[in-house]
Write a protein that binds this ligand. Structure first.
Ligand code: PLP
Length: 393
């Protein structure tokens, strides 16, 4: 017999993948230049030169057995030390290598933390719009995913709605800022008010409510927007980080979980994260990449291309009448669908080979997502299609 749950997860294709594959098929028929594919969040700027330099230097200088061998389950201490040093320099924290568990990107980081907290009857909250994978990450561990409805004006957090949904079973709230799909960065004020609620409700419930900060886009911000380091605002925060977007390394699978000492029961929580990773076989993240990110700990991406795409698209679309919160981070825009149904808009756009992701799986069926990590000339070619479409609704 085969697990029905796993079968369904594995055989149901994501809408994003469907659109992407449709785009490839259409490109073969109508020509690549006539397909406007805004579906995938695959970085469109190359990894910084320092990354390739580090790979070459490591392969040249380091003993091959050490480069390609197993490391401790949570990663090489030297790599964890380098990453902790960088965090401490930037955020004035006192993170130790023992607080970090290196992972194959943010996805295994998240699922390990969720699994570590998935006690009997656990509820884990996600704030719409959210990364759709949170739902299977939570539910496949036997916990209940509780959705906080979106603030569709500013895409900050509807704190009143969040507070109403806290029960004695609430174990954690997942926050993702800069946000996929809205591109919005939660302000310090939003996070401070959230911290106040979680502190008060945690005391009332008699157990900590953790924040799980999903931060693959932490370094991707524009116009000087501040991305507060959430553990400095709310101590019961566990950070899930990834180099997939910040160093354009999504295929290399490297990131980490950080359980700071100030988090409640931090040693036990770290051990449970390690146990969850072990139970899933997610131990010993790629060893070459551990060495690479250690050497590149202070390297930041050049965001000019993403920033330009964001500005061009935002200005053009709003001038045609589309409504959208101006993104200040990540590489997405979340646009209100003319006519009210993003699924209907996406289908209509698809007929013109314009591929936009309807927001239902993000918890906002009236919005569609554009990944703005695309070629600038594709944006220019797609603008007349956006203009024509809004006229049809
Ligand atoms: N969280 C969010 C919000 C994402 O957008 C993604 C990837 O797109 C992930 C987590 C997973 O990232 P990774 O590739 O590091 O597993």
């Amino acid at each position: 017999m085969i697990s029905e749950t796993m079968y369904t997860l594995g055989s149901k294709r994501s809408c994003i993948r469907d659109l992407f594959e449709y785009g490839l098929q259409q490109a073969a028929i109508v020509g690549k230049e006539n397909v406007y594919d805004y579906s995938l969040g695959n970085p469109s700027i190359p990894a910084p030169a320092e990354v390739n330099g580090a790979i070459a230097a490591i392969l040249q200088d380091t003993d091959s057995l050490a480069v390609h061998g197993y490391t401790p389950a949570g990663g090489a201490m030297s790599a964890r030390q380098a990453l902790a040093d960088d965090l401490n320099r930037r955020f004035g924290t006192a993170i130790r290598p023992q607080n970090l568990f290196l992972t194959c990107g943010a996805a295994p980081a998240l699922i390990s933390v969720i699994r570590a907290l998935a006690v009997e009857g656990a509820e884990i909250m996600g704030i719409a719009p959210y990364f759709p994978e949170y739902v299977p990450f939570v539910e496949s561990n036997g916990a209940r995913f509780v959705e906080v409805p979106a603030d569709t004006d500013s895409f900050q957090i509807r704190l009143d709605e969040l507070e109403k949904r806290i029960t004695p079973h609430t174990q954690a709230v997942i926050v993702n800022s800069p946000n996929n799909p809205s591109g919005v960065v939660y302000t310090r004020e939003t996070l401070e008010r959230l911290a106040e609620i979680l502190t008060r409700k945690g005391a009332e419930m008699g157990h900590p409510i953790y924040l799980i900060a999903d931060e693959p886009y932490r370094e991707l911000v524009y116009g000087g927007a501040e991305v507060p380091f959430i553990p400095t605002i709310y101590p019961n925060t566990v950070v899930c980080y990834s180099y997939s977007k910040s160093l354009s390394l999504p295929g290399e699978r490297i990131g980490y979980v950080c359980v700071p000492d100030d988090a409640a029961d931090s040693e036990a929580l770290y051990a449970a994260v390690a146990g969850a990773a072990r139970s899933l076989g997610h131990v010993c993240a790629p060893s070459l990449m551990q060495l690479v990110v250690a050497r590149c700990a202070s390297v930041r991406p050049d965001l000019e291309a993403y920033d330009r795409n964001r500005t061009v698209l935002y200005e053009a679309l709003t001038s045609y009448g589309y409504q959208c919160a101006k993104p200040t981070g990540a590489f997405y825009m979340f646009v209100k669908a003319p006519g009210g149904s993003a699924a209907a808009f996406s289908d209509k756009a698809k007929e013109k080979n314009l591929l936009v992701v309807p927001g239902g799986d993000f918890g906002c069926p009236e919005f569609f997502r554009l990944s703005t990590c695309v070629a600038p000339d594709m944006i220019q070619r797609s603008l007349p299609v956006f203009r024509e479409l809004i006229g049809q609704f």
